[in-house]
Structure formats: structure tokens, C-alpha cells
Design a protein around this ligand. Structure first.
Ligand code: SF4
Length: 117
């Protein structure tokens, strides 16, 4: 099992999750974070840290397994490309406007890397 970051993170990017991860397995894109599924130890401590519920398990009840597989592939791919992030910074100034926006990945998904630590 692993935990994963969903598209809900896009442009919300609170980053509170990265500070609590015991194995530092978050990676930073320009507008979202991902988890490296191979490094995550499934502790779950990051889940309640996310104020927009952007972190799910790969066996999350009620989620389409095909969608979870696509999210897993995305988290793995981007964590191989993006820099590691272990220290939280402030979220984007307009983060509240992005909460609950639909189809974020399709409309706003980006492979641009973030700053990292
Ligand atoms: Fe890190 Fe634990 Fe969250 Fe996995 S579940 S990303 S190990 S804090």
C-alpha cells in the first residue's frame, strides 16, 4: 500500500504534509506535490495534515481503482522528475480560490518542477 497526492492539491499546495513525513518522500512540482509510492511507508500521518483532503490511500474506499492506478503512475512519474521537499513554505496567496475546483489535472496539470528544499 501507499499514499498518494491527488489533483486536489493543484494550486492549493498547503505543504503542511511535507513537514511530518518521517521518510521525506514528498516531491514538489510548480503547482502541486506528489508522494513517491516506493518510498512511502504507509504511516498515514500526512493525511490529516492536508486541509483539502488531497492525500488518499491506494485502496481508498469509494474510489475507482483505474483512477487510483492513474494517480499512482502520476505520483511515481513526477517524484522521479521533481525535487524533494521536506520543509513547508506558505501556500499560494490565492489557494482558497482553488479549493474544490473540478478537473484540475486536465485543465491545470503541469510537469514543471517546483523549488524543492
Ligand atoms: Fe510520508 Fe507517511 Fe505520508 Fe507516506 S503516509 S507520504 S510515509 S507521511
Amino acid at each position: 500500500m501507499t499514499y498518494l497526492v491527488t489533483e486536489e492539491c493543484i494550486n492549493c499546495k498547503h505543504m503542511t504534509c511535507v513537514s511530518v513525513c518521517p521518510v521525506d518522500c514528498f516531491y514538489e512540482g510548480a503547482n502541486m506535490l506528489v508522494i513517491n509510492p516506493e518510498e512511502c511507508i504507509d504511516c498515514g500521518v500526512c493525511v490529516p495534515e492536508c486541509p483539502v483532503d488531497a492525500i488518499i490511500g491506494d485502496n481508498e474506499p469509494g474510489w475507482d481503482p483505474n483512477r487510483i492506478e492513474a494517480i499512482t503512475i502520476h505520483n511515481q512519474k513526477m517524484s522521479d522528475m521533481w525535487p524533494n521537499i521536506t520543509e513547508a513554505r506558505d501556500p499560494p496567496e490565492d489557494h482558497e480560490e482553488w479549493f474544490g475546483v473540478k478537473d484540475k489535472m486536465e485543465k491545470y496539470g503541469s510537469e514543471e518542477p517546483g523549488l524543492g528544499d
